[in-house]
Ligand binder design. Structure first.
Ligand code: SAH
Length: 510
């Protein structure tokens, strides 16, 4: 089974850069062993004008059977022979997707140290998969790849036997995709959609498969019209997992629909540009203020709500007084960056037991967030539309109800002091609002009053005598055990709480 990836170029931007982006040298044929056979990467052509990388997977059908993983739908299901005689060796099935993920792992994640800007840029790409099993036919192939930004999605049915055209078409198509896309996006499309079209996922679908799917589908799956079919088939119709994936994708879609740029987690106004005046970047001063407030509150189990790329989580983990640190964010991409920053995959067991990253929206109550000492909302509230703010207030102060809540947000009065900020502009394009000190204080006082908390305020950054500090922080301390206020979502009977269903992973194991 086989696929090719081609690009074109010119002497300034040679097509052979593809080799850098794929991390495979165009002048070498390379071989990798995978759990189902041997993968080869070779370049049938490699010039400045045109470069083609081919991925060829030789499947060992006997090994497949031995591993108990050959139960694809490629042969007559009940015949013993079908275990050995099936389409696995030549059809571009889920096995090819697995090989792709292994051989081009770094490229799939969009990482290229040698040419980071090329990895981020769209390239003229042509991808050909000569034998693609297409359960659902050419039409489904077009429906799946069509909405993903390709200029051409050509799915031509392959004849069952060229000698006997009257036998009609087989269930395979020859797929050609052409368009200007980021290489990582193209690879992620294949990684998810090859097994979907094969619809015979060969290996045990593990609970972390949902994470893999969301990661690979970042930026395109949540809004895909065939999302339900893609999710169900990718997860081999394991309904518990499928439901979990659907709910999580729905959160992403909602965030996108609300216009929240879930990728845009870099919260800094040009905070580093004025380094002479402010030797310590504001983000760092904010973290220091938060750490000091948490210490005063004697918190040891802490939620970082809207944790973004995990800088605060990382700082908390360095201090052993914090026995449990949970980062929550709606953005899968932010969480992926956070996991990388924390080196979650390489963490020792004891350290790993202290930290958790979870995807969730703060506009919904979430049982997983109850019972903590403190919650931090650092530069998060201003990313919500004002009408959604009461839902967050209830989720945090009414439902999760930690003893201490720290909320930071920009002080809009200070904006006149940012030289790089044109008058009347917010500091970040995704900020829905920025408050004066007075506005923030009256919001905080009203939340405290409604939910049984006391509140005090701390300036963060230089406290300008006229306009106050760049960042304002409210420190809420719980005074009553029970929440008084009503869930604003309950008021509208229809509103669903996607986070409140039992976790699918547990059901899967049961
Ligand atoms: N706390 C970090 C990041 C702030 S940026 C810091 O101080 O640097 C705001 C973050 O809030 C983003 O990562 C964004 O994805 C997240 N966010 C925005 N709305 C959210 C919501 N409704 N639920 C969960 N996270 C949200």
């Amino acid at each position: 089974m086989f696929l090719t990836i081609s690009t074109t170029g010119n002497p300034e931007r040679p097509a052979t850069d593809l080799g850098f982006l794929l991390h495979k040298h165009p002048e070498r044929a390379q071989t990798f062993s995978t759990s189902h056979g041997t993968a080869h990467v070779l370049y049938p052509e490699a010039s400045a004008e045109r470069c083609t990388a081919a991925l060829l997977l030789e499947v060992d059908p006997v090994a497949l059977v031995r591993r108990g993983k050959g139960k694809g739908r490629g042969g007559a299901p009940d015949s013993a022979l079908a275990q050995y005689v099936n389409d696995r060796p030549y059809a571009a099935s889920s096995l090819l997707a697995v090989a792709l993920a292994k051989v081009f792992k770094t490229a799939l994640h969009g990482v290229c140290q040698a040419m980071p800007e090329r990895a981020e840029a769209a390239l003229p790409l042509r991808i050909e998969v000569p034998t693609l099993p297409a359960r659902g036919g050419a039409e489904l192939v077009r429906k799946l790849f069509g909405p993903l930004g390709w200029d051409t999605v050509d799915a031509e049915p392959v004849a069952l036997d060229k000698q006997f055209p009257e036998w009609g078409a087989s269930r395979y198509v020859r797929l050609v995709l052409e368009g200007e896309l980021r290489l990582a996006d193209a690879l992620n499309h294949l990684y998810v959609l090859l097994p979907v079209l094969d619809d015979a996922k060969h290996y045990w679908v593990a609970p972390d498969e949902v994470d893999k799917l969301l990661r690979a589908g970042d930026g395109w799956l949540a809004g895909h019209p065939e999302r339900t079919l893609i999710t169900a088939r990718y997860l081999s119709r394991r309904w518990g997992l499928t439901r979990e994936a659907s709910e999580r994708l729905e959160l992403v879609r909602l965030a996108e629909a609300e216009g929240l740029d879930v990728d845009d987690v870099d919260n800094a106004v040009d905070e580093s540009t004025d380094t002479e005046e402010r030797p310590v970047p504001l983000a760092e001063q904010r973290r220091a203020a938060i750490l000091a407030a948490l210490e005063r509150a004697e918190a040891s189990r802490v939620l970082d709500l809207g944790c973004g790329q995990g800088q605060l989580v990382q700082a908390l983990l360095k201090d052993t007084r914090y026995t449990e640190v949970v980062g929550v964010d709606v953005s899968v991409r932010a969480l992926t960056v956070a996991a990388r920053r924390l080196r979650l995959d390489r963490m020792g067991e004891r350290q790993a037991a202290r930290v958790k990253l979870m995807q969730g929206s703060l506009a919904y109550t979430d049982k997983r967030l109850t019972g903590y000492d403190a919650a931090v909302l650092s530069e998060v509230i201003e990313h919500l539309d004002l009408p959604r703010l009461p839902a967050l207030e209830y989720a945090v102060f009414g439902s999760a109800r930690p003893r201490t809540v720290l909320v930071t947000t920009p002080n809009v009065e200070y904006n006149v002091r940012w030289e790089s900020l044109p008058a009347g502009h917010v500091r970040h394009s995704d900020h829905r609002f920025e408050w004066t000190r007075e506005e923030f204080r009256s919001w905080a006082a009203s939340v405290a009053e409604r939910y049984g908390y006391d509140v005090g305020f701390t300036p963060v950054g230089p406290d300008d005598p006229e306009v106050g500090p760049p960042t304002q922080m409210a420190v809420f301390t719980r005074t009553q055990d029970q929440a008084q206020a009503q869930d604003p979502n309950q008021a509208q009977a229809q509103v669903q709480h996607p986070n409140q269903t039992p976790t699918a992973a547990k059901e899967e194991q049961a």
